[in-house]
Write a protein that binds this ligand. Structure first.
Ligand code: NAD
Ligand code: UD1
Length: 337
């Protein structure tokens, strides 16, 4: 199939472009490069031996997007493009609502206009909010607790309403848990701009000497070692989950929701110690106050993706840290030479 990947130069997008090409699909990428670099796609092409067509297009520019659909006979869309920093979304909610929601509305209107009605959407475990018991199951009522998360929830609602109103749509809503790691080649990986918000990119920058020490946000949670538990998933497993979801919705109409996670939780200190093993030395850290909005623990019930898609995670936390470290060590400044 010919697949349009929005946000395809970004972290998860670039790994998914590679998985799609390896699975035999043709890929077209649109991205406005707000949080990524085209260098990721050059490296994906090195790895796959195939070049994805690239259009530097903002989803807010509906006409330009329409032009991409006129140029390529797209069969399905994987929609990653969006802003994703929770803290920034609290400070600048309109920027997040406008970019993520209007961008998605433009995309689905253009798709509809070109009779393309298969979409796989990047949602997030953050939609489960604060009130659900763990592990999270797809049928639970959702309700995010920050503007970023609410954009994901609202886009899920928009796509669900669309699927209910028009049975020609094939829609997969993928709720990711905590993606980390990098392609084992060390050629593509996560390249955060500024100070990383997330745990593993921060540890990686400590290891490479760009940050002094890890601040562990809270050591007094009611968990085995006092630090928060999360469900970390290797980005290549996540990318393969998209190919599996795409195969499922290729010939099945309707709205499907799947958690993409491993089904187990790891603590902040377990992640740190696994990363230390990969690096081969201890890394400096300090336990500090809790971060506002953090939940003590959550992980996925990953059984629906296994039952429906035959997909489950394959890589361990140690492999995630080894691969993340290889990428960071070989590219201390990310894609910037
Ligand atoms: P990323 O920032 O690396 O990739 C997102 C890409 O979208 C970037 O390349 C950015 O330039 C592009 N983009 C943003 N707004 C755009 C617009 N208006 N038009 C065109 N391109 C635009 O992030 P990622 O980690 O690869 O995440 C991909 C998707 O997965 C996002 O939707 C994110 O919210 C979601 N997600 C990520 C995580 C995570 O921890 N990384 C977890 C859950 C969900
Ligand atoms: C964060 C987002 C969440 C998003 C997810 C994946 C918040 C409040 N939540 O979740 O909406 O879906 O990323 O993108 O931002 N930690 C430290 N020190 C650090 C960084 C993190 O101790 O420097 C801890 C955090 O307190 C948390 C764990 O590490 O317990 C994982 O943090 P992070 O990688 O930011 O992911 P989430 O908190 O799950």
């Amino acid at each position: 199939m010919k697949i349009l990947v929005t946000g395809g130069t970004g972290y998860i997008g670039s790994h998914t472009v590679l998985s799609l090409q390896e699975a035999g699909h043709d890929v077209v990428v649109v991205d406005n490069l707000a949080n990524s670099s085209e260098e990721s796609l050059r490296r994906v092409a090195e790895l796959s031996g195939k070049t994805a067509a690239f259009h530097q297009v903002d989803l807010l520019d509906e006409q330009a997007l329409d032009g991409v659909f006129r140029e390529h006979a797209i069969d399905a869309v994987i929609h990653f493009a969006g802003l994703k920093a929770v803290g920034e979304s609290v400070k600048e909610p309109l920027k997040y609502y406008y970019n993520n929601i209007v961008g998605t509305l433009n995309l689905i209107r253009v798709m509809d206009g070109h009779n393309v009605r298969r979409i796989v959407f990047s949602s997030s475990a953050t939609v489960y909010g604060e009130h659900n018991p763990i592990p999270y199951v797809e049928k639970m009522e959702i309700g995010a607790n920050n503007p970023y998360g609410r954009t994901k929830e609202q886009i899920e609602d928009i796509l669900s309403d669309l699927g209910s109103a028009d049975d020609r749509w094939h829609i997969a809503l993928l709720r990711y848990f905590n993606p980390v790691g990098a392609h084992p080649s060390g050629r593509i990986g996560e390249d955060p701009q500024g100070i990383p918000n997330n745990l593993v990119p921060f540890i990686a920058q400590v290891a490479v000497g760009r940050r002094e020490k890890l601040m562990v946000f809270g050591g007094d949670y009611d968990t085995p070692d006092g630090t928060c538990l999360r469900d970390y998933i290797h980005v290549t497993d996540l990318a393969d989950g998209h190919v599996a979801a795409l195969n499922h919705v290729a010939d099945k109409a309707g709205v499907f929701r799947w958690n993409l996670g491993s089904g187990t939780g790891s603590s902040v200190l377990e992640v740190l110690h696994s990363f230390e093993k990969a690096v081969g030395r201890e890394l400096p850290y300090e336990i500090t106050g809790r971060r506002a909005g953090d939940l003590p623990a959550f992980w996925a019930d990953a059984s629906a993706a296994l039952a429906d898609l035959g997909w489950s995670t394959t890589k361990t936390l140690d492999e995630m840290c080894q691969d993340h470290w290889r990428w960071q060590k070989n590219n201390p400044n990310g894609y910037t030479a």
